[in-house]
Ligand binder design. Structure first.
Ligand code: PRP
Ligand code: ADE
Ligand code: MG
Length: 177
């Protein structure tokens, strides 16, 4: 029986070749979420990591970062703030454009999502080029957040994003690479 939590989660991630474009190997977290045990192990790992960090908020990146991010916020008794794709938030927003492994996009946050100095952990499912994570970090920092750590389930180190984030001096936590 595999009792190592990291192996348990990482072995459940599915690799889909040539999706969404030829040459991209897509790392699919849906099997981790679908299995109640691996989903619980994943959430618990993040809860234990952040339960003593005196956080104020969890931020999650649209869309896959919402899944773990919102459950984590609930478990830590914290609020959750969404970093959304362009055009979805109804109130006053700040925006950052970025490129990612297979395209480009813009993310937005409500201007009142974070109060200056609030301690925030940023959650996404995966870091590839780091474009998405860096855009979300910039948005949070523009709003005055103290981004304590950025975190993703999966790192694709060959795409350089984790290095880019760590070079800014911000801690980055990932589980599978
Ligand atoms: C994916 C993934 C990360 C991002 C990583 O999101 O969920 O957010 O790409 O790529 P990067 O490090 O090169 O920026 P995507 O926008 O494709 O889709 P989603 O809405 O399913 O999260
Ligand atoms: N986002 C960017 N690159 C990705 C990949 N290879 N698999 C899943 N999501 C991604
Ligand atoms: Mg995403």
């Amino acid at each position: 029986m595999n009792t190592d939590p990291v192996d348990y989660i990482c072995s459940a991630i599915r690799s889909v070749p040539d999706w969404p474009k030829p040459g991209i190997t897509f790392r699919d977290i849906t099997p981790v979420l679908q299995d109640p045990r691996s989903f619980r192990v994943l959430v618990d790992m993040f809860v234990y990591r952040y339960m003593r960090q005196r956080l104020d908020l969890v931020a999650g990146v649209d869309a896959r970062g919402f899944i773990l991010g919102s459950v984590l916020a609930y478990e830590l008794n914290l609020g959750f703030v969404p970093v959304r794709k362009k055009g979805k938030l109804p109130f006053e927003t700040v925006a950052e454009e970025y490129t990612l492994e297979y395209g480009n996009a813009t993310v937005e946050m409500h201007t009142d999502a974070v109060r200056p100095g609030q301690r925030v952990v940023l959650i996404d499912d995966l870091i590839a080029t780091g474009g998405t994570m860096m855009a979300a970090i910039k948005l949070l920092q523009r709003l005055g957040a103290n981004v304590v750590e950025a975190a993703a389930i999966i790192d694709l180190p060959e795409l350089g994003g984790s290095k880019v984030v760590r070079e800014t001096g911000l801690p980055l936590y990932t589980v599978c690479s």
